[in-house]
Design a binder for this molecule. Structure first.
Ligand code: DGL
Length: 286
């Protein structure tokens, strides 16, 4: 495995930093690795403080700044905020604080939804924080002002995904309960606005039916990462050695590896413990 911290933050050889409140951002990392297999990556899951989805804007922003400082100290050339809640609450603050490109998951998912809807009726599901922030609705309305958005928080989907209960009776019952209003709203497109929801795609699709297209923000974000790297001259060229993958967590590396395999697949064998409170405050609150 190649080294991850090479070349300095402004160099194509530097790694991409990806963070989430915990395990869920691995669905985003998986798509980035599929789209850009030659890129080194450093992932941080803030497992000591997950979930972000039920916390206030101020708290999520503070956590995001601390995590971004950690990844900046590893010389990343780009920061991907793989967490929907952190993207909704802290993207602008991180963009202002860091001198590198910062990509979140909300704009790419919103862009794809706006492009896909035919009847201009789009549903959005996410954590309480993401839905409360209205970040997806605002992004979709900015891209295509005529679109009507219908949003619903689905907090139980996160523990279901982490328990591996992604299909079968329980997942379908919970999905039916959460999604009935969105079905009644006659949407033709549904944004999976949370890192964990792509794992529940089958249960969600079975409830919504074939007439509703599901938007996976993870895939849309990977395309955005590629285009931003290309546009800023930071895309890494072909290489002979294997790309470096480092995984950090703020608590319980073993649990992260055991559950994370279901989110990321092969290639997640070990995770290191990150200590955030000994860092210089690169992203100190302004
Ligand atoms: N990663 C979070 C998100 O995408 C879900 C888990 C949490 O609440 O922290 O919003």
């Amino acid at each position: 495995m190649g080294e991850t911290e090479t070349g300095g933050a402004g160099s194509p050889e530097a790694p991409i930093g990806v963070f989430d409140s915990g395990i869920g951002g691995l669905t985003v990392l998986r798509e980035i690795v599929l789209a850009l297999p030659e890129e080194d990556t450093v992932y941080l899951g803030d497992t000591a403080r997950v979930p972000y989805g039920s916390k206030s804007r101020a708290t999520v922003e503070r956590y995001a700044r601390e995590v971004a400082s950690f990844l900046a100290s590893h010389g990343v050339k780009m920061l991907v905020v793989a967490c929907n809640t952190a993207s909704a609450y802290a993207l602008d603050a991180l963009d202002d604080a860091l001198g590198i490109p910062v990509v979140g998951v909300v704009e790419p998912g919103a862009g794809r939804a706006a492009a896909l809807t035919v009847n201009s009726r789009v549903g959005i599901i996410g954590t309480e924080g993401t839905i409360r922030s209205n970040a997806y609705t605002r992004a979709i309305e900015r891209i295509a002002p005529g679109i009507e958005c219908f949003a619903k928080a689905c907090p139980l989907f996160v523990p279901l995904a982490e328990e591996g209960l992604t299909q079968g009776d329980i997942a379908t019952l919970v999905a039916a309960r959460y999604l009935s209003e969105l079905k009644d709203s006659e949407i033709d497109t549904l944004v999976l606005g949370c890192t964990h929801y792509p794992l529940l795609k089958k249960a969600i699709a079975s409830v919504m039916g074939p007439g509703v297209g599901l938007i996976d923000s993870a895939e849309a974000t990977a395309s955005e990462v590629k285009s931003v790297l290309t546009g800023s001259g930071l895309l890494r060229g072909p290489r002979d050695d294997a790309a470096g993958r480092r995984f950090f967590v703020t608590d319980s590396p073993e649990r992260f590896v055991a559950i994370g395999k279901g989110f990321f697949g092969d290639g997640l064998d070990t995770a290191e413990l990150a200590v955030l409170d000994r860092l210089p405050a690169v992203c100190a609150q302004g």
